[in-house]
Design a protein around this ligand. Sequence first.
Ligand code: FES
Ligand code: FES
Length: 155
Amino acid sequence: MIEFTLNGRPVTLDVDPAMPLLWAIREQAALTGTKFGCGIGACGACMVHLDGAPVRSCVLTTGSVAGRSVTTIEGLAPADGLHPVQAAWIEHQVPQCGYCQSGLIMAVAALLAENPAPTDEEMEAAVSNICRCGTYVRVRRAIRAIAPSPEPSNG
Ligand code: FES
Ligand code: FES
């Protein structure tokens, strides 16, 4: 049995501790917003937050999150509305097929929680998710709508 907090609620899953967290989330907890893309930690489709930090759940064992707090796309928004990143995604019509988008939104939400005004370089380093539809231009536009570039320094 693995006990952890999932989207603010305690859960106990009867799974092999070596099972990838992505499997446990989708198959055991029935939260299918988190997607399987590559399975090797390369694409970011499976991104969730672990104690607030972005992680790729396909390469994390369920046993390693025991006692910790996991947030998936289903738990990102406050009870009374959308997360600002979700609202910006709608406003700027970012998704195409949508498959990669929950992972992208989780990556961006974690970045902006840590760094509300990232530089382009910081943004690119933190959001390295792969989108087969090529929504990168709109991703950038939506991020910049809620997180303007930092002022250039004079020094
Ligand atoms: S499915 Fe996890 S990084 Fe691609
Ligand atoms: S919107 Fe289709 S893969 Fe990104």
